[in-house]
Design a protein around this ligand. Structure first.
Ligand SMILES: Cc1cc2nc3c(=O)[nH]c(=O)nc-3n(C[C@H](O)[C@H](O)[C@H](O)COP(=O)(O)OP(=O)(O)OC[C@H]3O[C@@H](n4cnc5c(N)ncnc54)[C@H](O)[C@@H]3O)c2cc1C
Length: 261
């Protein structure tokens, strides 16, 4: 039977762009270009490698995001994924991590899966919580932060490198995994891949399709609430210490003044 791999990919605001908050203190996603979260490219790469080593496998990329999030799906399809699922609904505006995990879980279940592959964190929210929330919702094992991963005999095996130890993890499928940026360079889409991606199926789903009530998501349904947010003040010019015999002393005084020493 075909190995069904679902890769969760997030469309994130370009970190090099000028980013702002909207009036309701959510990130203004209309005003800035976005792209496939770089850390999710590693997830797509590992999913493709697992599929290439399997007798029969299908890779579906899944995103929850606005209309433009299709760009992230197209990039993943051009890398080699077979099909895509895009969950889009106006009522999703302001959904927090708990709500996003509900939407992803329902979409994963609807798609059908043996293995869900996530990135280690998104490059905007960077919470790194989604894979754990997703496995809890799906009621399947999680093996997170893997730098090496393989699938054999109905099990996923991986290596997690920690500060104090390296762990070998194994979980029976179905399971959720996340992979780190140490798992191997992500491939660049080839010209052929980019052309082929235009013809690959992208299924659009909304909250109704997933049997999710609007009050379970969005700002109202979120467990977390942003009370206040302020843009970081512009950087001020640094202090230049000119060494005219007393440079080291001035440097030490500066560091002591900043409580670095
Ligand atoms: C249009 C839109 C509006 C949002 N508004 C808010 C808001 O106002 N307040 C708020 O708290 N949150 C909001 N979110 C949700 C938020 O951006 C995150 O998706 C969510 O909180 C998860 O946190 P994170 O990005 O830190 O994910 P992490 O836990 O760091 O992500 C880990 C992995 O989970 C997967 N993943 C994460 N998010 C998605 C996704 N959307 N689709 C597919 N895979 C994903 C990826 O594989 C990623 O590498 C919004 C999201 C969208 C798309």
């Amino acid at each position: 039977m075909s190995l069904r791999i679902v890769v969760c990919v997030k469309y994130v605001p370009d970190a090099t762009g000028d980013r702002h908050f909207a009036d309701d203190l959510t990130v203004d996603r209309e005003d800035v270009d976005g792209l496939l979260s770089e850390l999710d490219e590693y997830a797509v790469e590992q999913a493709l490698q697992i599929a290439e080593n399997a007798d029969d496998a299908e890779v579906t990329v899944l995103t929850v995001g606005p209309e433009d999030a299709k760009d992230a799906l197209r990039k993943a399809l051009s890398m080699g994924a077979d099909k895509a699922v895009h969950v889009e609904d106006d009522d999703l505006h302001g959904t927090d991590a708990i709500g996003t995990s509900l939407v992803l879980a329902k979409a994963v279940e609807k798609t059908g899966y043996d293995l869900v592959v996530c990135g280690m964190a998104s490059t905007d929210g960077t919470m790194g919580v989604l894979p754990a929330l997703l496995s809890e919702r799906l009621g399947v094992p999680q093996a997170t932060l893997l730098s090496e991963i393989s699938v054999e005999d109905g099990k996923v095996t991986g290596r997690r490198d920690g500060d104090a130890a390296t762990e070998q993890l194994q979980a029976a499928l179905p399971a959720v995994v996340s992979v780190t940026d140490q798992s191997g360079e992500a491939r660049y889409p080839s010209f052929k891949g980019i052309m082929a991606a235009k013809k690959k199926p992208v299924q659009s789903l909304d909250l109704d399709d997933l049997d999710i009530d609007a009050d379970e998501v969005g700002l109202e349904g979120s467990w977390t609430k942003v009370d206040d947010a302020a843009e970081r003040p512009a950087r001020t010019a640094g202090t230049i210490v000119k060494d005219e015999g007393e440079g080291a002393k001035q440097l030490a005084e500066f560091l002591a003044g900043q409580k670095f020493i």
